[in-house]
Ligand binder design. Structure first.
Ligand SMILES: [Mg+2]
Ligand SMILES: [Zn+2]
Length: 327
């Protein structure tokens, strides 16, 4: 499952000049590209959902909107910001002058149709997603779809998309590979001692929490790399993980001792360790007698490998067994 930021277009990404449709009138709002880039780095999908009743009203054609959107995406991409998809509603229930667009539809906000369609097409978990808009109808659509919402407005709400991104990402602990690389550069510059550990962390139990709390004590910042769903399957069998990568990351991010979480796709954390460069790389006590493939990478960068014993009597596998016995 993915999480997404749904954005209204006019008044959020481009200046709202009223039924805007000409590419030469397009003005990207200051900070909007930076905000989209920040969402990209945090691993959110970024999806535009826009009412374009100007099409139903006969002010411009559907193709004009398609071209306008394409140009907007190009402009953002040049600034390093990526929009994953764009949806728009060409309809109007009462004011339409073009017959085929004059109807009550499911997509015109405040209806949640565009968000629900995007959620289906991009496997989005709406509970962890946000709708950001500058009209009450944006907020209503977001709420109906089950998203969290942020209103952009002059006197109530936040000033612009960049501010909204700040609110969403300020305490966001879940990072993409690029995001974790940037974060670690900043931490290193600030001379922070980075502790890293990795694992599946499927169904969390006291053993996990104890282990992570002990790991955190070894430095200033604790970064947890979690195995992707595909690699958990390889390690633990095809019935695992119980919780998806994002769900596992979300639970870990809720722990006070965890500072950042990132998902890695590879079989070993070697590539991730190359960008994290931890001072301490923590492994569970069960690794003490086994060869550690990433040891060389850690030590070459001046880090050391430390083992922390697990609390006896706890494991995700035994939890699953306990649940299985329930009738
Ligand atoms: Mg708007
Ligand atoms: Zn519609």
């Amino acid at each position: 499952m993915n999480r997404a930021i749904f954005l209204d277009r006019d008044g959020v990404i481009v200046k709202d000049k009223g039924y805007i449709h000409k590419i030469e009138d397009m003005e990207i709002i200051e900070g909007a590209a930076d905000a989209v880039k920040a969402f990209n780095n945090a691993g959110f999908k970024v999806i535009v959902v826009s009412n374009q009743a100007g099409i139903a009203r006969g002010y411009y054609k559907e193709d004009d909107t398609v071209e306008f959107n394409k140009a907007m995406l190009d402009k953002l991409e040049k600034a390093g910001a990526q929009i994953d998809a764009v949806y728009f509603c060409p309809h109007h229930p009462t004011e339409g002058k073009v017959e085929k667009y004059s109807k009550v539809c499911e997509c015109r906000k405040p209806a949640p149709g565009m968000i629900l369609q995007a959620a289906k097409e991009h496997e989005i978990d709406l509970r962890y997603s946000w709708m950001i808009g500058d009209r009450q109808s944006d907020i209503e659509a977001g709420k109906k779809a089950g998203c969290k919402t942020i209103f952009i407005g002059e006197d109530k709400g936040v000033k612009n998309l960049k501010e909204a991104a700040g609110i969403i990402l300020h305490r966001d602990k879940i990072k993409s590979r690029y995001g974790i690389e940037e974060t670690c550069k900043k931490l290193k510059a600030a001379r922070k001692k980075i502790v890293f550990t990795n694992g599946c962390f499927d169904l969390l139990h006291p053993g996990h929490v104890h282990y992570l709390q002990e790991a955190k004590k070894l430095g200033d910042v604790l970064i947890v790399g979690i195995n992707s769903d595909a690699s958990v399957k390889k390690i633990k069998g095809k019935m695992r993980p119980i919780n998806s990568g994002f769900e596992r990351a979300y639970v870990l991010a809720g722990l006070q001792c965890v500072d950042y979480v990132t998902i890695f796709e590879e079989d070993t954390p070697i590539e991730l360790l190359k960008v994290v460069n931890p001072t301490v790389h923590v492994k569970g006590g069960d690794w003490e007698s086994k060869p550690i493939p990433e040891r060389e990478t850690v030590e070459r960068n001046g880090g050391k490998v430390v083992f922390i014993k697990f609390l006896d009597g706890y494991s995700t596998t035994s939890l699953i067994e306990k649940i299985r016995k329930l009738k």
